[in-house]
Write a protein that binds this ligand. Structure first.
Ligand code: FAD
Ligand code: MLT
Ligand code: ZN
Length: 526
């Protein structure tokens, strides 16, 4: 059993990173790539994916096509902010995973709610379909058009409107980048209640629209709890103002919840009010190696017992993930090779108290033989290096080949059995089959890579993965949403009655179906 650089018992605050093998980790390349057209990540990939309509054999619905007159209208409304150049549009037509491709001919860049309202009012009258787009980091093909839907980007809606440093309520426009908001808040002693690997590119409006979970849901809960209010423009151009900043408000239906997780199908979220916690002054991160998934589960139980209120993340990933980040991103594993890795983060307000608790927990985990090796970091740059091993798995997978991505929730004791069964089922058809995720939330990311997209691999995976998940009473989308790719699988997780009610709500708000068509909710006749 080895804990790098330390004998037992040890004091976390005395650990020196020089005894470990991690060296500096560069800023994830995809962060830039996800926002900048023609950037490194997008350029190194050889071919564009086929058009979505062709690969998935979808028929275009009878929406109007954009005319010169329409472009004139948009130019008048948004002078200099109407993009029609094919090269400039390219990165907005392809998703982050490079698995779907639309053919939009125009992208609009409004700066405020009024402009979004004018655009939607016009598009609704003209029967022009639209796709709202934030940072385009969505993983289910929801953020790019399927055909020629007009793209409405929130990139220029990036202003903080107000911040109350007593209550922690932040009000901002929907296009604020998550990481930028976090930096803004940190200057005032606060932090965002969510964090995810795409933070450098994703917009807060996109986070709400997908109801993103991320790495600290365990601590701060879901956006359904932390979002205090929002403003959205409905498909007919009317503005729904639910932008309050109250902790408590039981006056009628909670309409904001309809838009959280609606994936651009009910309207465009234009502003957000969100409750932010104080920035923790003491943060520790531990990376542990475990010999089996059973041990990972035991570490989780022990960890909750010992760390209780200071636990802020409990993530796991398997040996194949570690190999991928080493191979494609040249990250260093500070531990000897293990079958599984657990990343534990604590955040609190007392360094000494938190370190003592973490120390006790680690000693207990080692005494019980639950972990074979481990390392602890307390300073910011080292913490980042450990987090990179987990956060950048998504990026490493994208380097490995075509990614078949599944985002499932189910009882934690079942999580890894699905990965093992999938691996056995696919054999050499797949390049890599990996499992990682937010174990503390019962959320597994099962990912399979192959040289390319083939119907054979897809048929081996679906409906197998969905049926397996449904049999274990899980959800086929824990946090990424349904978008284009998972829409028709909604019935594995929701009843016919529930889907019918969703269809009625969609029809009530968007009778012409112009908002992000072909996404999230199956059409009523299915
Ligand atoms: P986009 O990708 O642009 O859009 C996503 C969806 O929301 C689309 O349907 C779009 O039409 C809609 N939309 C966007 N903005 C608006 C708006 N203002 N109004 C209405 N609809 C809108 N997700 C997690 O849950 N947890 C994670 O840990 C996580 N990690 C990730 C790590 C990486 C490296 C990547 C690439 C993605 C990750 N994701 C994760 C996926 C996640 O959904 C997104 O990163 C993020 O929430 C989407 O924000 P975005 O601004 O990029 O939205
Ligand atoms: C993550 O947890 O890393 C994200 O949800 C992205 C992914 O699933 O790859
Ligand atoms: Zn995730």
């Amino acid at each position: 059993m080895t804990f790098s650089g330390l004998g037992r018992p040890f004091k976390i605050c005395h650990m020196t990173w020089t005894t470990m093998r991690i060296t500096g980790v560069s800023k994830p390349r995809w962060r830039k790539a996800a926002t900048a057209p023609g950037c490194r990540f997008l350029c190194v990939t050889p071919a564009d994916p086929p058009l979505t309509g062709e690969r998935y054999r979808v028929s275009r619905l009878p929406f109007s096509r954009v005319t010169a007159q329409d472009l004139n209208f948009f130019q008048q409304e948004l002078p200099g902010r109407v993009v029609t150049d094919e090269e400039d549009l390219k990165s907005h037509n392809i998703d982050w995973l490079r698995t779907v491709r639309g053919n939009s001919k125009v992208l609009l860049r409004p700066q405020n709610t009024h402009e979004v309202s004018e655009i939607l009012r016009y598009c609704n009258e003209r029967n022009l379909a639209v796709t709202p787009q934030g940072g385009n980091t969505g993983l289910v093909g929801g953020s790019v058009p399927v055909f020629d839907e007009i793209l409405i980007s929130t990139a220029l809606m990036d202003q903080v409107i107000s911040f109350d440093d007593v209550s922690g309520a932040l009000v901002c426009q929907a296009g604020c980048v998550l990481e930028t908001l976090n930096q803004y808040l940190e200057g005032q002693g606060y932090t965002m209640p969510l964090d995810l690997g795409a933070k450098g590119s994703c917009h807060i409006g996109g986070n709400l629209a997908t109801n993103a979970g991320g790495l600290r849901l365990l601590r701060y809960g879901s956006l359904r709890g932390t979002v205090l209010g929002l403003e959205a423009v409905l498909p007919d151009g009317s503005i729904l103002n639910c932008l309050n900043s109250l902790r408590k408000d039981n006056t009628g239906y909670d309409l904001k919840q309809l838009f959280i997780g609606s994936e651009g199908t009910l309207g465009v979220i234009t502003s957000v009010s969100i409750l932010c916690p104080r920035k923790p002054s003491a943060v520790n991160v531990a990376l542990l190696g475990c010999e089996s998934f059973d041990r990972v589960l035991q570490v989780f139980t022990l960890c909750r017992d010992h760390l209780g209120e200071i636990l802020s993340a409990f993530e796991f990933f398997d040996a194949s993930c570690m190999k991928l980040v080493q191979k494609h991103l040249h990250l260093n594993n500070p531990l000897p090779a293990n079958a599984f890795y657990v990343l534990i983060e604590t955040s609190g307000s007392s360094t000494q108290h938190d370190e003592e608790k973490l120390n006790d927990f680690l000693v207990s985990a080692m005494d019980a033989g639950l972990t074979a090796s481990g390392t602890v970091a307390t300073d910011q740059s080292k913490i980042k290096s450990i987090w990179a091993l987990r956060e950048r798995i998504t990026e490493a997978l994208a380097h490995d080949g075509y990614v078949y991505k599944y985002d499932l929730s189910m009882p934690v004791d079942k999580l890894y059995a699905l990965v093992e069964e999938t691996r056995a089922r696919l054999g050499s058809t797949a390049k890599t089959v990996v499992g990682y995720g937010h174990l503390g939330d019962g959320n597994l990311h099962l990912n399979v890579t192959a040289e390319s997209h083939t119907d054979t691999v897809l048929a081996a995976l679906e409906p197998f993965v969905y049926e397996w998940t449904a049999q274990h009473r899980g959800s086929i989308s824990a946090e990424h949403g349904l978008g284009f790719k998972k829409k028709d699988h909604i019935y594995y997780s929701k009843s016919r009655e529930a889907v019918q009610l969703m269809q009625k709500i969609k029809y009530m708000l968007d009778p012409k179906g112009i908002m992000n068509p072909y996404k999230t909710i199956p059409t009523a006749d299915q």
